[in-house]
Design a binder for this molecule. Sequence first.
Ligand SMILES: [Zn+2]
Length: 153
Amino acid sequence: MKFEKFSIYIMSKKNTSKHDKAYMKMAREWGNLSYCKRKKVGALIVKERRIISDGYNGTPSGFENVCEDEEGNTKWHVLHAEANAISKVAASTQNSEGATLYVTLSPCKECSKLIYQAGIKRVVYYEAYKDTTGLDFLKKAGVIVEQITETDE
Ligand SMILES: [Zn+2]
């Protein structure tokens, strides 16, 4: 009985990572669509094996697609990829309760609040952001946080 449960766990674990890699690969492609020069970040929100939202960092709809000012600093009104993906869900008939967020850069503290508040239960990231305050907050809030460092090419 115990063994049976264990093998089921291994199987689901294996399946998950195959899909995780595929979703992360897509999130990275999405990040490439960003107009921002300093950092290109992509995000996907997946619920019950369906992509319910996507986003990349950029200016709000209707604003000029330029993320950096003359000094090369990111403009304050640039939305992060996660924030864009979450607001897209908010504007739809979907909800992100219990969903997984795939993001190519680990979330900042501002986005972490949104992620938690949006009911997202799991965050999978690719590259670690220098400030881990966001990740620490998510872990503390009971959100599962995982890093994927390879995607099948
Ligand atoms: Zn952020």
